[in-house]
Design a protein around this ligand. Structure first.
Ligand code: 13P
Length: 285
């Protein structure tokens, strides 16, 4: 049985200078590819279901599959609700056996974000589930090329982050330091001094959303300054789509299921590459 909480994974990563990848799973192929990469590389893993993806993936059907896959994996796996916003989704995720939830109140005024995050911490901690929350706001949408530039007015304020963590009791904090969801326009510029200050003042594992399109050096510096979880979706989705596009020359009698197994292998490679960069290879206990 290897289903673990987010807190177990990120505390170890935070203390030992690596990060665990959280990959958004929106179908069976991503679940399979990510699990294969984790087992082959002896890396811990976070399988993340975004509330925005629930139209693609019905929790009633998929949650038992994801939980069962996590339980029987030979490496530790956390099953996480990403960007949760509605109370009903939190309750459903908890009832389904998720081991971690993120409350995204990043567009709310500070006091309201604190109050709502506290409510989720109260609910989740009663059943031993970890909580991540966001302060400051990471713009853009997964897979979305329309924004791609960070807004410095929305970056996480280190002093407010200290208060936020102290008052809410969260297990991990998602930060806005120049990262954006989706496809970056131009070269991303992470504000590493700000990140270092947030780590110093909060002392909790930090989370980098928008992990697609950053350089190895960006990751190295971010992880050295407190990032213990990196969220990735767009890169994995693009790797899978590139595989599918190159398959146009397949004969009409090509076997669909065998082809999708090749897509799984492609996703596995893309996930494994991130695990190598994040330093989580061989960290499965
Ligand atoms: P990317 O799609 O930019 O990798 O971001 C994923 C993410 O942050 C999910 O919360």
């Amino acid at each position: 049985m290897a289903l673990v909480t987010l807190k177990q994974l990120v505390d170890d990563a935070f203390q030992n200078g690596y990060a665990v990848g959280a990959f958004n799973v929106a179908n069976m192929e991503i679940i399979q590819g990510a699990l294969k990469a984790a087992e082959e590389n002896r890396s811990p893993l976070i399988l993340a279901v975004a509330e925005a993806h629930l139209g693609l993936l019905d929790l009633d059907v998929y949650a038992p599959i994801i939980i069962r896959e996590a339980e029987r994996a030979s490496v530790p796996v956390a099953v996480h609700l990403d960007h949760g916003q509605t109370f009903g989704t939190f309750v459903k995720a908890l009832r389904c056996g998720f081991t971690s939830v993120m409350f995204d109140g990043s567009t709310l005024p500070f006091e309201e974000n604190v109050a709502k995050t506290k409510e989720i911490v109260r609910l989740a901690s009663a059943v031993g589930v970890s909580v991540e929350a966001e302060l400051g706001h990471v713009t853009g949408g997964e897979g979305d090329p329309s924004q791609g530039v960070a807004d410095p007015t929305l970056f996480t304020d280190p002093e407010k982050a200290q208060r936020f963590v102290r008052e809410t009791g969260i297990d991990a904090l998602a930060v806005a330091i120049g990262n954006v969801h989706g496809i970056y326009r131009g070269k991303p510029e992470l504000d590493i001094p700000r990140l270092a200050r947030i780590r110093e003042l909060t002392g909790v594992p930090l989370v980098l959303h928008g992990g697609s399109g950053l350089s190895d050096d960006d990751f190295r510096r971010a992880i050295a300054n407190g990032i213990a979880k990196v969220n990735v979706y767009t890169d994995i989705s693009q790797a899978a789509m590139a595989k599918i596009r190159t398959a146009h020359g397949l004969p009409p009698n090509a076997d669909f299921s065998r082809f999708m197994a090749e897509v799984v292998e492609t996703i596995k490679e893309a996930v494994a590459e991130k695990m190598r960069i994040f330093g989580s290879v061989g960290k499965a206990k």
